[in-house]
Design a binder for this molecule. Structure first.
Ligand code: NOJ
Length: 519
């Protein structure tokens, strides 16, 4: 997948498709997706045209946070299959030219992990220091004012058995690992080696910015105390840990890559996690994900992101949806906007990450109170993928969450039959991207455009594309002297025809110059 005339590694030219295994495809009919289900649908993903997969956790877990509470980092939870199923999936993915990235959850384990069971058994336990323990204050006070995720609750839980508080940035069942303890770092490196040895191409590192803590564990100022500190944490020591992780990855052949989840909502801070090219290969940068569908907001977030990354020669990532936030089809309110957003996502400079189901234009499921299961209220975006029109939508048993709206019409089967569908739009976009070095790797520059439009140009050794996104619900004009062909249109209108300078309501276009574009 290396670009001719460039030495770009695979992770720079790839489009990555995130799979939330519980909700993707269910091979054994128990209503929960599994690894064999993923393997059975790889041909579909090849047909779609993605290059790499990222699997959310499939490890042994009590599932308090649906797998982000890991009880064994080196085994598959029986609900998803077993290690042989994993090896079969990896082999089948590689046989089809797909790269496979897996989630690595280094900042916390499950409270049922044997490490924590040992740590909490007594203050003298060998692994006591693998987690973060503190005494209560003289009046029984909490060690500091840190909050945990998902609730307004303190990030500390008192362990009556051993008489101390332990730290958990997320649920009480997800105690934070103490990376100050060298054995923790060594153990988590072992986990990386275990999966590298099996052949994975890379990792998505869960809240990696949270592995280093303020050594004083000091309370944060009042203005910040309302949100969990992992939302703004950027400790110097984390960068030391990251350099050692990078050194480990670099000893393996094949450009093994790590994309880190950095839930720090400042793109300049996010950029620091790339180090000097010696920390993360890529970092998720969430401010664009939270941008409203408005031209000025998107322009500002693209400029801030590239302004922060360019001086470091760091490679951007772009994401519109994932398993933690309402889907962008739901956030943006209609299909036309979601289609335009797909053009935006797949034509920016950087690696796009798709979240399974966005290519179907899925909306979040409306989950009745009785069916809600996630402590973070994220069930809606985790609804199962409908594969077929028929009742059951290709799942053997009733799935663990309700279907998203219009599951039959939105199913893979229905959309594969309809050339005008969202699924076919994604397929055309992925094909256009694959065929164009400019779209994959080219320079990026905004072009002058009237209010409501964003237009940019991508260039790579003579290959050139123009992109026009209409954020408004009315037709706008973007006159061009050069002859351009509409290569992809978000609504399909005008494709393969000469561009006539008009951009329909919420329409987005990829334009291909029909003679060499002027610089
Ligand atoms: C981020 C993951 O994406 C989210 O799903 C999880 O709840 C937290 N990290 C804790 O692991």
């Amino acid at each position: 997948m290396e670009e001719e005339g460039s030495s770009a590694p695979w992770w720079q030219t790839a489009v990555v498709y995130q799979i939330y295994p519980r909700s993707f495809a269910d091979a054994n009919g128990d209503g929960v997706g599994d690894l064999a289900g993923i393997t059975s649908q790889l041909d579909h993903l090849v047909w779609l045209g993605v290059d790499a997969l990222w699997l959310s956790p499939f490890y042994r877990s009590p599932m308090k946070d649906f797998g982000y509470d890991v009880a064994d980092y080196c085994d598959v939870d029986p609900i998803f299959g077993n290690l042989e199923d994993f090896d079969a999936l990896l082999e089948a993915a590689h046989a089809r030219g797909l790269k496979l990235m897996i989630d690595w959850v280094p900042a916390h384990s499950s409270s049922e992990h044997p490490w924590f069971v040992d740590a909490r058994a007594s203050r003298q336990s060998d692994r006591r220091n693998w987690y973060v323990w503190r005494d209560a204050g003289p009046g029984g006070e909490l060690p500091n004012n840190w909050k945990c995720a998902f609730s307004d609750a303190p990030a500390w839980t008192f362990d009556a058995g051993s008489g101390q508080y332990y730290l958990h940035s997320f649920l009480a069942e997800q105690p934070d690992l103490n990376w100050e303890e060298p054995k923790v770092e060594a153990a988590m490196h072992e986990v990386l080696r275990f999966w590298l040895e099996r052949g994975v191409d890379g990792f998505r590192a869960d809240v990696i910015s949270n592995i280093g803590k303020d050594p004083a564990l000091a309370s944060v100022e009042e203005a910040r105390a309302k949100v969990p500190p992992f939302v703004f944490r950027n400790e110097p020591v984390t960068h030391e840990y990251l350099r050692r992780i990078r050194a480990l990855l670099d000893t393996w052949p094949g450009d093994r890559a790590m994309v880190g989840e950095i839930p720090v909502f400042d793109s300049k801070e996010v950029a620091t996690f790339y180090g000097a090219g010696d920390e993360l290969h890529m970092a998720f940068n969430f401010p664009p994900l939270y941008a409203p569908f408005e031209a000025p907001a998107w322009r500002e977030r693209i400029e801030v992101t590239t302004g922060a990354l360019d001086p470091r020669d760091a490679w951007p990532t772009w994401v519109l949806s994932n398993h933690d936030v309402p889907r962008h089809r739901t956030r943006y309110g209609n299909e036309a906007r979601a289609r335009a957003a797909a053009v935006l996502l797949l034509t920016l400079r950087g690696t796009p990450f798709l979240y399974m189901g966005e290519e179907l234009g899925l909306e979040d499921a409306l989950v009745p109170a009785a069916c809600k299961v996630d402590p973070g209220g994220r069930d809606g975006c985790r609804a199962p993928l409908p594969w077929s029109r028929a009742q059951g939508h290709g799942w053997g048993g009733a799935p663990w969450l309700p279907w998203p709206p219009d599951a039959a019409e939105r199913s893979v089967e229905a959309q594969r039959d309809d050339p005008g569908s969202m699924l076919h739009l994604y397929r055309r976009l992925l094909a256009a991207r694959r065929a164009s070095p400019a779209l994959r790797l080219g320079d990026f520059a905004f072009l002058e455009a009237p209010e409501g439009l964003l237009c940019w140009r991508r260039d790579f050794s003579g290959d050139c594309r123009f992109v026009v996104i209409n954020f408004e619900d009315r037709e706008l004009e973007w006159p061009q002297d050069d002859r351009h062909e509409v290569e992809v249109a978000s609504d399909g209108r005008g494709e393969s025809q000469v561009y006539d300078s008009r951009v329909g309501p919420h329409q987005a276009l990829i334009l291909k110059p029909t003679r060499p574009a002027r610089a």
